[in-house]
Design a protein around this ligand. Structure first.
Ligand SMILES: Nc1ccn([C@H]2C[C@H](O)[C@@H](COP(=O)(O)OP(=O)(O)OP(=O)(O)O)O2)c(=O)n1
Length: 200
């Protein structure tokens, strides 16, 4: 079951679902979602000198990334073909019996701005700001203003609460993230590994 505005309000008031700060609930709570605003920090991949990214090398990923913090009143210009990481301004806490989906807003989609390239799932138990995978599929640069409503979060109730919510086991590498976080896929090994065992 997907939560409606009334369900979302009820869970926010109960305090187990958190969207903080929710400065203008009337504007931000939509019929069945909550609009989230764009934060000031962005991570950009440097275009030059990248021969190949090895996902298992965190150091390598960090070396290729630069951080930009947009000053008050300024915009971040997302150029055609760009891919950058942004962040929601709000911090969320998802209870063990809900799963949240990060969705784009139609008004930005119509400008060819995509807010999550592939991953759009916030696990039950997740706490923190949400990293946005921003790209511009159009042919004109688009100005993004921190504070603008950039994405929306929908909530689906699980049949039973998760027994191992995010944060309760070793693999929860993005728990409590603050600002945009680059991929930590290199930590997968440390947490049990995705590598297939080789035969012989
Ligand atoms: N666009 C998104 C999607 C998710 N998340 C956060 C909320 C999720 O609960 C958490 C982990 O997401 P995934 O499970 O999709 O990521 P991984 O499987 O790579 O990480 P882990 O191994 O920690 O589960 O990241 C985020 O900040 N921005």
């Amino acid at each position: 079951m997907i939560l409606s505005d009334a369900d979302i309000l009820e869970r926010l008031e109960a305090g187990d679902l958190v969207v903080d700060p929710l400065d203008d609930p009337e504007l931000q709570i939509q019929p069945a979602s909550v609009d989230l605003r764009l934060g000031r920090e962005f991570l950009e991949f440097q275009r030059t000198n990248i021969s190949c990214i090895h996902p298992d090398s965190e150091q390598e990923i960090d070396e290729y990334i630069t951080e930009t913090v947009v000053d008050e009143g300024d915009d971040f210009i997302l150029h055609p073909g760009d891919f950058v990481l942004g962040t929601t301004y709000e911090r969320v806490e998802i209870p063990a019996d809900l799963i949240a989906h990060v969705e784009g807003r139609s008004s930005l989609g119509r400008l060819a701005v995509v807010v999550h390239a592939t991953a759009g799932l916030c696990d039950p138990g997740y706490r923190g700001q949400i990293t946005l995978e921003l790209s511009n599929l159009g042919s004109a640069p688009v100005a993004l203003t921190p504070g603008m409503r950039i994405s929306q979060l929908t909530f689906t109730e699980l049949k039973t609460p998760s027994e191992r919510p995010y944060g309760s086991d070793r693999g929860s590498k993005y728990q409590d993230q603050d600002g945009p976080q680059a991929s930590r896929i290199g930590s997968d090994d440390e947490f049990g590994g995705d590598q297939l065992e080789r035969d012989g």
